[in-house]
Design a protein around this ligand. Structure first.
Ligand SMILES: N[C@@H](CCC(=O)N[C@@H](CS)C(=O)NCC(=O)O)C(=O)O
Length: 219
């Protein structure tokens, strides 16, 4: 089988989902760092016309959009299967993945995560407190809803992980680095326990910001 190459940047939650997926499957892969400031270069726009990461390269096949990447990898690397055969569990997985993309990322993660973590750490920016405050109502709804959907299960679709856990955990994990976690995450102890379970997995230990930075340096 052709080599898997992940084009991404250290610290990208979506990129981490793709990398953790490959780790969960025990697949060998190569990390190809998109150099700082080149996200909108012709070379990267040829891979991803919207100038984002990650992009998966598998032989001649190029694929962007993390949900598509996770689903593709689950099909070409079928063991262990990370999508339930049960229609309701699979539907719940799809729902949680869309909550991630539509509500957790847009207007919440890309505001609070950016102003608290990425901006200060990568660009030396000061957090925009007004933007963070404006994002909080939606953030409260998102975290309440994730906690409700998780319920007393170990993972979002039951007792074993699915693509939903791999997509959502990197985004939620970002919030533990923000003061907003005390209000958004900590009151939902089921979500806190779930995140600890995810972060304890070898796939997550292998794909921290620091580990991915090491991959980027070694590339
Ligand atoms: N819908 C895309 C979202 C990807 C995305 O927004 N990635 C972020 C990093 S986590 C990015 O590339 N941001 C660059 C930018 O906004 O310029 C996916 O699922 O892959």
């Amino acid at each position: 089988m052709s080599e898997f190459i992940v084009h991404s940047i250290p610290g990208s939650p979506f990129g981490r989902s793709a990398l953790a997926m490959l780790e969960e499957k025990g697949a060998s892969y190569r990390f190809s760092p998109v150099a700082p400031g080149t996200m909108r270069s012709p070379e990267h726009l040829a891979r991803h016309p919207f100038g984002r990461v990650p992009v998966l390269q598998h032989g001649e096949f190029m694929l962007y959009e993390t949900q598509a990447i996770l689903r593709y990898l689950d099909r070409v690397l079928p063991s262990p299967a990370l999508t339930s055969a049960d229609p309701r569990r699979a539907a719940r997985m799809d729902q949680v993945m869309n909550v991630n993309d539509w509500y957790l990322f847009h207007g919440v993660g890309n505001v609070i995560g950016f102003h608290r973590v990425v901006g200060p750490r990568v660009m030396g920016l000061k957090p925009d407190e007004a933007a963070i405050e404006a994002a909080m109502p939606k953030a409260r709804t998102v975290f309440e809803e994730l906690a409700r959907l998780l319920g007393e299960q170990a993972f979002f679709t039951g007792e074993t992980i699915s693509l939903a856990d791999l997509l959502v955990a990197p985004g939620v994990g970002f919030f533990t680095q923000t003061p907003e976690w005390a209000e958004l995450g900590v009151p939902h102890q089921n979500l806190v326990a779930w995140l600890s379970r995810m972060e304890a997995r070898p796939s997550f230990k292998a794909t921290t910001w620091e580990r991915v930075s090491e991959m980027a340096q070694a590339a």
